[in-house]
Design a protein around this ligand. Structure first.
Ligand SMILES: [Cu+2]
Length: 263
């Protein structure tokens, strides 16, 4: 959505939610290359971070874990509810953390509870991954994590150069998903780790609406990364589950990558 604030306010006054599109499940921490071993703080937020838009209420996730050197580290015990405040509203979110001790990749995975979107009368479940790395040693990023649906990166997701491209492969139960829409998002307003609020956006969505790529016959898409920062990709309805509690379910796969400027 690229609605102007006055329009958002008008919609809000009608009691409509603004979760129409470009909503993204975040697993956020500002520093993804971990220099010192220790607990790295994480935030789980269901939000529209490109436009600093509507924050949706998250329920407690079904699963939240990291994978390091093929081993699962359960992170559910680290979760604590918090309220995250964006430009237009505040919503239920979670703080958590991951212990990063050894060199290598830490693949972060959240399987949220399905979220009920009243304006569309559907449930949305965005199964999301993001990536941390310590000491530039690659260990896990190339591997699918065996999720119901997921986007497997074909470029190292912790080190994409702005001006290059990112390619991902959308899988459902391990098989490629052709011809599916992938929405593209930028974290223009980074969450402030101390205050649980959105910082001022550094840019805004382009006027043509949501950025979209479509997967080819191998389930792959490519997007040119124009700018350093956090980019997200959401394959809409890529998962095999299509209903929940008698209503339509959009089971989406989300991946977050980190792009850098060449110095
Ligand atoms: Cu939305």
């Amino acid at each position: 959505m690229t609605l102007k604030p006055f329009l958002l306010a008008a919609l809000a006054s009608l009691g409509l939610s603004q979760a129409a599109s470009a909503h993204f499940q975040l697993i956020f921490t500002p520093d993804t290359l971990i220099e010192r071993p220790g607990d790295v703080p994480l935030k789980l937020i269901f939000w529209h971070p490109f436009e600093n838009g509507h924050v949706m209420d998250m329920a407690e996730p079904l699963e939240f874990y990291a994978v390091h050197r093929g081993e699962k580290i359960d992170l559910m015990d680290t979760l604590a509810p918090m309220t995250f405040t964006g430009a237009t509203n505040a919503g239920a979110a979670f703080n958590g953390s991951v212990p990063v001790k050894r060199s290598g990749d830490y693949v972060l995975v959240v399987v949220p509870a399905p979220y009920y979107e009243a304006s569309e009368d559907i449930f949305i479940q965005q199964i999301a991954k993001s990536y941390l790395n310590r000491n530039a040693i690659p260990t896990d990023w190339m591997a699918p994590q065996g999720l119901t649906t997921e986007i497997v990166p074909l470029n190292k997701p912790t080190n994409v150069i702005a001006g290059s491209t990112f390619t991902g492969r959308v899988l459902a139960e391990g098989a490629p998903v052709p011809g599916i829409e992938v929405e593209v998002e930028y974290i223009a307003a980074q969450p402030d780790m101390e205050t649980d609020t959105a910082t001022a956006p550094t840019t805004a969505p382009s006027p043509g609406g949501t950025l979209v790529a479509v997967t080819d016959e191998n389930g792959q898409f490519t997007f040119g990364i124009p700018k350093a920062g956090f980019w997200g990709f959401a394959a809409l309805g890529s998962g095999p589950e299509t209903d929940f509690e008698g209503k339509d379910l959009s089971q989406d796969a989300v991946i977050w990558i980190r792009a850098w400027d060449m110095e």
